[in-house]
Design a protein around this ligand. Sequence first.
Ligand SMILES: [Zn+2]
Length: 73
Amino acid sequence: MAIYKQAEVVRQNQSPAFDAIHAPRTPTPFSGIYRCEACGFEIVSSEDHPLPALHRQHPANLPIQWRLVVYAN
Ligand SMILES: [Zn+2]
């Protein structure tokens, strides 16, 4: 789970961008923190860079799918 200290520099937002699921190797739609839907592992990815196809500690029997957790504005 993403962790922060200063609540005044982060705000909640209901954008559908946080609901979309992204396949590995697709271009990152928005720079920020992404979470693997299968196992909860989090990564940082920059806009237009491919989302990772692999990450450490991912269970081999489940597909990696990425969801935006924190948008870097
Ligand atoms: Zn995973």
